[in-house]
Design a binder for this molecule. Structure first.
Ligand SMILES: Cc1cc2nc3c(=O)[nH]c(=O)nc-3n(C[C@H](O)[C@H](O)[C@H](O)COP(=O)(O)O)c2cc1C
Length: 196
């Protein structure tokens, strides 16, 4: 076994945070950092070695058609009175608020080896690996899985076909402001030690 530092690992896990767009700079980031994050992702556990994660990276001008896909998804979701031009613009601007957007996809074969939930969880583990790497590299990141980010029109744009599924986007950028804080409930509320 290599000489590991569990306290250092715990600090990374404990202090990793989701960093929203309002706290990120739109400036470009080193794409080698993104490659390292993606490399970390593929070492996630996955039942049956299905390696169900698929990622598409949008950066630079490649974000322009993505921004149009978000705007179109918003329009499709709001055909009537709920439509607001301001909200459409907000959706169109989102991809330019962070330099890198990664589409997160669960790949499924027609005759899948494992239940869907197991593959989806494996993809979640992969994204978490990316997130821990992002934090270790001093970058902010967040998983966006909302109605627009996972909309069928956006899935079509990314090239995702059923039974595969778009789980939204993981965006990354340099921090503009303070590192966010977040709380967790006490461990005792979530864990029961079974008694003999
Ligand atoms: C599967 C998944 C989907 C998420 N989707 C969203 C989202 O659509 N919008 C959002 O603001 N945060 C999203 N988040 C981030 C959570 O809001 C965030 O993890 C939570 O607030 C805890 O904060 P922390 O990550 O800093 O510990 C998502 C997280 C996960 C794991």
């Amino acid at each position: 076994m290599p000489d590991l530092d569990p306290q250092a690992l715990f600090e990374i896990i404990r202090n990793r945070r989701s960093v929203g767009l309002s706290r990120l700079l739109p400036d470009p980031i080193d794409l080698d950092a993104v490659r390292w994050m993606l490399d970390a992702a593929r070492w996630a556990p996955n039942h049956g070695l299905t390696e169900p994660w698929r990622f598409t990276v949008y950066t630079g001008e490649a974000r322009r058609p993505l921004s149009e896909a978000f705007a179109e998804a918003y329009r499709q979701m709001n055909p009537g009175d709920s439509y607001s031009e301001e909200q459409e613009t907000r959706q169109r601007n989102r991809p330019f608020q962070a330099p890198v957007w990664i589409a997160v996809v669960t790949h499924r074969d027609e005759n899948p080896k494992m239940p869907e939930w197991e593959d989806v969880i494996a993809v979640g583990c992969a994204v978490h690996n990316m997130h821990l790497m992002a934090y270790s590299l001093g970058l902010g990141a967040k998983w966006s899985s909302g109605k627009v980010s996972s909309h069928p029109h956006v899935a079509q744009f990314v090239g995702v076909q059923a039974p595969s599924k778009l789980l939204g986007f993981f965006y990354i950028g340099k921090l503009a402001g303070e590192w966010p804080e977040c709380q967790r409930s006490p461990l005792e509320e979530k864990v029961r030690w079974a008694e003999a």
